[in-house]
Design a protein around this ligand. Structure first.
Ligand SMILES: *Cc1c(COP(=O)(O)O)cnc(C)c1O
Length: 427
């Protein structure tokens, strides 16, 4: 890991060209790589030598971009995946098997909740969901002897709750398991969970990291700090020989810094194949180069929008962790002193109809399922992503029928507020 600032890492980490080599990272658009002898190739298959042989496992372009994100998060190793969904699935499945259990925050992204609650349960992995602000007793009570990990989001999408990373890391470590944090909304520009005791970081790079709505992608970063040997009985996949890889013991051969990501690549990427295309990795890197310039503007615009809406007579509530008085303001100040994210949610005194009516009249803010884009976009969960729920179910899920999720882009704040103002006048 380099000692440069996060700004410099965004621009320069991951790739340093040699004399006469391309300045921009090359797109290695090749499925396969050539070797002189079968013996050379055999060494790669045995993980005896490092090198590329097939892009489903590793590709140089992807590795350069993963190395940049790794440096930004302060990790020891990282890998790209085809999506954020794949990143979270791999991060858990790399250490939890059929018969195991995971403690997860209840306010996580809906897609991740579904993955855990429905799909991974079918695979025999059980989950206990806890509120991010549950008591210490409730948190302790969620653990079982077969618990293998704790999972949460730095800033939850779309609930905008803030995870007390130190508290959840301590609980995880007291039970001999790692804390996995999805850092999609904060990005390493605003929060580096590893500095607060988190062990593994995941991302949907689709959001701010790409930042332009160009490519779906994900990333997993390992801190290299979790001691698999100290809890060897819980993590046999890392501490005993892998028969599907010539008897390699990952934590022995690759050390604490390399074991998790090497196993994840050698087993899960080999078997499931959720790779990111090198083309998309190139686009992701373009986004990363300006991430540290865009994030402050996203946050500035969101704070301006939140402040404007807070006092408005037609608005019933405003949720934004960067806004003084918000339930999570103090935690946000602790973990993200230079800004949180660009997403604000709010509700209407006129209820569901007012929310729908408001959105119809917006001119700059587009109605999209997307968030965290350079262009402002918004969504009415009750009529889109959470459409199947009735009003009671919505309220139980913390999503009131009048809630609008508003993702501030990097346009001029005055224009965004003027757009909101004219739309509110027609409600
Ligand atoms: C969008 C999102 C995901 C899923 O990512 P995809 O790239 O859409 O698969 C996971 N976690 C969070 C916090 C997200 O916002």
């Amino acid at each position: 890991m380099s000692n440069y600032s996060i700004q410099t890492k965004c621009v320069q980490s991951g790739y340093t060209p040699g004399n006469g080599e391309p300045r921009q990272i090359p797109i290695i658009q090749s499925t396969t790589f050539k070797y002189a002898t079968s013996e050379d190739m055999g060494k790669l298959f045995d993980l005896e030598a490092s090198g590329y042989f097939y892009t489903r496992l590793q590709n140089p372009t992807n590795d350069m971009v993963a190395a940049k994100i790794c440096d930004m998060e302060g990790g020891s190793a990282a890998m790209l995946t085809s999506s954020g969904q794949a990143a979270n699935f791999y991060a858990i499945f790399n250490i939890a098997n059929c018969g195991d259990h995971v403690v997860a925050c209840s306010t996580i992204y809906g897609g991740t909740y579904n993955l855990f609650h429905v799909t991974m349960r079918k695979m025999g992995i059980d989950f206990t969901f806890v509120e991010p602000d549950c008591s210490d007793e409730e948190l302790q009570a969620a653990f079982r002897p077969n618990t293998k990990a704790v999972f949460g989001e730095t800033i939850a999408n779309p609930a905008l709750t803030v995870l007390d990373i130190e508290r959840f890391a301590k609980a995880a470590h007291d039970h001999g398991v790692p804390l996995i944090v999805d850092n999609t909304f904060a990005t390493p520009v605003n929060c580096r969970p590893i500095e607060w005791g988190c062990d593994i970081v995941t991302h949907s790079t689709t959001k701010y990291m790409d930042g332009h709505g160009a490519g779906v992608g994900g990333c997993i970063v390992d801190s290299g700090k979790f001691d698999w040997w100290a809890h060897a009985d819980k993590f046999p996949g890392l501490t005993t020989p892998d028969e599907s890889y010539h008897g390699i013991t990952y934590a022995e051969k690759f050390g604490l810094g390399g074991a998790f990501i090497t196993k994840c690549t050698a087993q899960l990427m080999r078997d499931f194949g959720s790779i990111q295309s090198p083309q998309n990795a190139f686009l992701l890197n373009l986004g990363l180069e300006s991430l540290h310039v865009r994030m402050p503007r996203h946050c500035e615009n969101a704070l301006a929008v939140a402040k404007y809406l807070k006092g408005h007579p037609k608005i019933s509530f405003v949720t934004y962790p960067g806004l003084e008085g918000d339930k999570y303001y103090e935690l946000a100040q602790k973990y993200m002193p230079s800004g949180t994210c660009g997403v604000v949610s709010f509700g209407f005194k006129g209820g569901r109809a007012a929310a729908e009516n408001f959105m119809k009249h917006l001119k700059l803010a587009a109605i999209e399922t997307h968030v965290a884009d350079a262009r402002t976009c918004c969504l009415h969960p009750a009529s889109a992503t959470h459409r199947q729920m009735n009003d009671q179910e919505l309220t139980a899920a913390g999503i009131t029928p009048d809630l609008v999720r508003f993702s501030c882009g990097i346009e001029g704040a005055d224009d965004l507020i003027a757009d909101i103002r004219q739309a509110l006048e027609q409600v």
